[in-house]
Design a protein around this ligand. Structure first.
Ligand SMILES: [Zn+2]
Length: 101
């Protein structure tokens, strides 16, 4: 039997008793060039490759390492609730918003 645990609080989830939420996060470099917006059928990886060739080695390494990431997490219901309320894990102070009067 497959066992799941919450990736946030590490609590194990009883599949027959608890709702398990699956969160998928896709992170990619935003390509803002005009060419990119116009050519809808352009190959994104080619585009990325062209951009990478213009950069120096240290920038290249950094970007290619983080250019595209796909992560999957399992969350228990309470962690799911917190995640939905604050998906970017912002500080409590920032979440309240200093600009609100
Ligand atoms: Zn949890």
């Amino acid at each position: 039997m497959i066992h799941y645990s919450c990736d946030r609080c590490r609590r194990s989830l009883q599949m027959d008793e608890e709702i398990r939420y699956s969160v998928s996060i896709e992170i990619q470099v935003a390509l803002d060039s005009t060419e990119y917006e116009m050519g809808e059928d352009r190959d994104h990886l080619n585009e990325l490759h062209e951009i990478l060739e213009r950069l120096d080695d240290s920038e290249k390494e950094e970007i290619s390492r983080f250019a595209y990431q796909r992560r999957r997490f399992d969350l228990c219901s309470s962690c799911h609730r917190e995640y939905v309320n604050n998906p970017l894990a912002m500080e409590a102070a920032a979440k309240l918003g200093f600009s609100q009067n």
